[in-house]
Design a protein around this ligand. Structure first.
Ligand SMILES: *Cc1c(COP(=O)(O)O)cnc(C)c1O
Length: 463
């Protein structure tokens, strides 16, 4: 008999989590105005709000922290991280930052000006925010297949070369500071980009004299999907695949809170010295001196170790199989989920889950609240609340998809937790016809409202 799959780690430190009663949860979520961001973490049993900064560090990462060098300039921890980036990614120049969006802020300060266009594959919200803040435009060139949730395609993060070439043709070179390839594409559900696509995008970019940057938060998960799905890569190691990926880029921004498995941190890495020097000025203003830029020495040490562990096959296999384990359980229960499964999260299609609710009542948020009430599980709405209002008409924007995202922290939960999540959602699914009301807004911020919005049931609550 073939041995079953199991985790590639054992556990030597644990953090107790507390189960609550249905009555407690009903009171807590009401007091939180039906916004899961307002809950205290001890009111949550299984926290799937995000996989960002929520991973468990390894014994080696904790050991590396003890060797952190906190010197202001030239710390050994800086050189450890510089070596790790050179060895794993291949770039000579790097700047530490306190997280991914800080890397964007620093690098785009050096690159993006008013009137520019930045083509890419569905830019992440902070990336888009940093482009639009500079009065430039992010242009989405993702393949059309990415927007069909039921279509099976191995690389839904790919860029459409025709869409991309149209942008390159219709704007002068000096107005295109870069093309951004997001690996994996977070906004379309953690979908990977193929090596072939990276190669072709780079070739096209070079023929127009444009630089290519990778928004790299989940670059290792992307490499895993290349190994598993793309012809010619099955026998290559993750580290070999990562090296080749970055041979098709001129630089990168990184949120280390994802695939580098640290709780806080980020960086910029570059091939060009000239751009590095320009970006260094902004790093000093916004983040800190070039050899620490917003990070402690101990954190740079843990990050260097995390980059190495995060690009090991056994770790990635454990992680991505756990995400798929949850996805398959949900599918067995007939729950509508987005496919193929992404690397870091499962997305539940809330419109197909609660087809009787009107879109004005925030369908995915309603599902998120029901799942919390059912078992203390915290997911996050990717739907109308997140989409905000149209900046000019102030009308609600209704996206094509209302999704409940269940993001899985790295090395934190076991498959028993996945079973609890799946059964909790099944229980909600079984009683879905009794969910007779969604929510309406009582209070909202003008921008990024989903973090602080206050809600109340759309129908009068029956006591
Ligand atoms: C998380 C993320 C960012 C922003 O990083 P932070 O560390 O949260 O600031 C940028 N791009 C992508 C693709 C991300 O997933």
């Amino acid at each position: 008999m073939e041995l079953p799959f199991s985790e590639s780690f054992k556990i030597k430190m644990v953090e107790p989590i507390r189960k609550s009663t249905r009555e407690e949860r009903a009171a807590w979520i009401k007091a939180a105005r039906y916004n899961l961001f307002n809950l205290r973490s001890d009111q949550v049993f299984i926290d799937l709000l995000t996989d960002s900064g929520t991973g468990a560090m390894s014994d080696r990462q904790w050991a590396a922290m003890m060797l952190g060098d906190e010197s202001y300039a030239g710390a050994s921890s800086y050189y450890n991280l510089k070596n790790a980036i050179k060895n794993i990614i291949g770039f000579d120049y790097f700047l530490p930052t306190h997280q991914g969006r800080a890397a964007e802020n620093v690098l785009f300060s050096a690159l993006v000006k008013e009137g520019d266009v930045v083509p890419g594959n569905t830019h992440f919200d902070t990336t888009k925010g940093h482009i639009e803040f500079r009065k430039a435009q992010a242009i989405d060139c993702t393949i059309d297949e990415a927007f069909n949730t039921t279509l099976d395609h191995p690389f839904k993060g790919n860029l459409d070369l025709n869409k991309l070439e149209n942008v390159l043709q219709s704007h002068p070179q000096e107005n295109i500071p870069m093309i951004i390839v997001t690996v994996t594409c977070n906004s379309s559900g953690g979908q990977p980009v193929s090596m072939k696509n990276m190669r072709e995008v780079y070739k096209l970019a070079k023929s127009y004299g444009i630089r290519v940057l990778f928004d790299s938060a989940r670059f290792a998960e992307n490499a895993y999907f290349i190994k598993m799905r793309e012809e010619g890569y099955g026998d290559k190691s993750i580290k070999e695949i990562v090296k080749e990926m970055y041979s098709y880029a001129d630089g990168m921004t990184m949120s280390s809170k994802k695939d580098a498995i640290v709780n806080m941190g980020g960086f910029i890495a570059l091939r060009e010295e000239k751009l590095f020097k320009k970006a260094s000025q902004f790093n000093i203003i916004y983040e800190g001196f070039v050899t620490y830029g917003g990070m402690s020495g101990r954190d740079m040490n843990a990050l260097a170790q995390g980059l190495d562990e995060g690009t090991e096959f056994d770790y990635l296999d454990t992680r991505i199989k756990q995400v798929a384990y949850l996805g398959n359980k949900l599918k067995e229960f007939g729950i509508p989920v987005q496919e193929p499964f992404g690397g870091h999260a499962i997305f539940v299609d809330a419109k197909r889950f609660l087809p009787h609710l009107p879109k004005e009542e925030f369908i995915a948020q309603t599902l998120a609240v029901e799942l919390y009430k059912e078992a203390g599980i915290r997911g996050v709405e990717i739907g109308t609340l997140l989409a905000d209002r149209d900046p000019s008409t102030r009308e609600n924007r209704y996206p094509a998809l209302e999704l409940l995202r269940l993001a899985i922290p790295r090395r934190v939960y076991t498959n028993n937790h996945m079973d609890v999540i799946a059964v909790a959602l099944k229980n909600v699914y079984d009683r879905r016809s009794e969910i007779s009301t969604g929510y309406r807004i009582v209070n909202e911020a003008p921008l990024m409202r989903h973090f602080t919005v206050e809600l109340t049931p759309a129908l009068k609550e029956t006591v």
